[in-house]
Design a protein around this ligand. Structure first.
Ligand code: UFG
Length: 321
């Protein structure tokens, strides 16, 4: 089966492409490389350069595809506060055009990259798929709007799963080498702490949160486990049904605990500097992943040490290229 991966040149998308190819799927990638990297796309994938806002590029990319995994999006929470119109244009309007082209061409299977940011500040931990959706950023609002759009589309026959990611981390060692997380600017904790130095310490965004050690708690999931869930979802898609499923590990680590795990991996202390809280950060986000286990038969197997260690190896591999 040929699968269209939108955003297949990005961190999570390129990992999906490499794993799909290694499992025997044929893959087409549609990416405008506005944030992704063409070099991250394996050469055995068919690559179409273009935006999801371009219906012609979408039609070309959808040719011969039986399903779509849709990653292409703007995804930085802070940037979305500054540029809400851009986030609406790419995330909501872009997905509208993708869904319209899929309907027109009879492609009726979709796995969508949604986010924990759709829930906002949780009232109860762990967060289930039934928890209230009160996003606190334009980014979260656009992803929620798309989830709702997909539900409406499923009533017309679309088979769809929205996967709500918590904190994705780690890296994949593909047949052609490590795929690494390369955002610019990099906002994520693990790649940032691995680059910290005495001259440029990791900024810890607040140590006065209402948690045991005062730093924020997040639910980290390894990108390879995450993609396994996408493939399980792809294989379980049911016509006229839209499932929304959380993907995390079901447990939480504080920023301090992640820093401690990283110090063990690299064998030296991570230089840090306590900074002000980052606006929009909730204190604690932990997923209830029982639905993923039940509906997809998915169990994440890689722990925080694996995530830090794989990110470390991937960064070292890309630095030595
Ligand atoms: N953090 C630091 N210093 C840094 C980077 C992060 O202290 O340099 C802290 C953050 O304050 C947060 C934790 O580390 O407490 C994790 O931060 P990340 O930026 O790695 O991840 P987020 O939790 O902010 O974001 C993730 C996804 C988003 C998604 C969001 C949902 O990356 O796409 O979860 O809330 F929207």
């Amino acid at each position: 089966m040929r699968v269209l991966v939108t955003g297949g040149a990005g961190y999570i998308g390129s990992t999906a492409v490499a794993i799909l190819l290694e499992r025997g799927y044929e893959v087409t990638v549609l990416d405008d490389c506005s944030t992704g990297h063409f070099e991250s796309v394996p050469s055995s994938a068919k690559f179409i350069s273009g935006s999801i806002l371009d219906s012609k590029a979408l039609a070309e990319a959808l040719a011969d595809c039986a399903a779509v995994i849709h990653f292409a999006a703007k995804s930085i929470v802070g940037e979305s506060v500054e540029k809400p119109d851009l986030y609406h244009e790419v995330n909501v309007e872009g997905t509208r055009r993708l869904l319209d082209e899929m309907a027109r061409l009879g492609v009726s299977k979709l796995v969508f990259s949604s986010t924990a940011a759709t829930y906002g500040e949780p009232e109860i931990i762990p967060i289930t798929e039934e928890s209230p959706t009160v996003p606190t950023s334009p980014y979260g609002r656009t992803k929620l709007e798309v989830d709702q759009m997909i539900t409406a589309e499923s009533r017309l026959g679309l088979a769809a799963v929205s996967l709500r990611y918590f904190n994705v981390a780690g890296a994949f060692n593909s047949k052609s080498g490590w795929l690494t997380e390369r955002h610019s600017p990099e906002t994520h904790l693990i790649p940032n702490l691995l680059r910290a130095s005495v001259a440029n310490p990791l900024k810890v965004f607040g140590n006065d949160w209402p948690t045991a050690d005062g730093t924020c708690i997040r639910d980290y999931v390894h990108v390879v486990d995450l993609i396994d869930a996408h493939i399980l979802a792809l294989e379980k898609l049911t016509a006229s049904k839209h499932e929304i499923i959380n993907l995390g590990s079901g447990g939480g680590y504080s920023v301090t605990q992640v820093i401690d795990a990283a110090a063990k991996v690299v064998g030296s202390d991570i230089p840090t500097q306590i900074s002000a809280r980052r606006s929009g950060d909730p204190a604690v986000l932990i997923a209830d992943i029982s639905k993923a286990k039940k509906v997809l038969g998915w169990i994440p197997t890689r722990n925080i040490k694996d995530m830090v260690s794989d990110t470390w190896k991937s960064q070292n591999a890309s630095a030595s290229k």
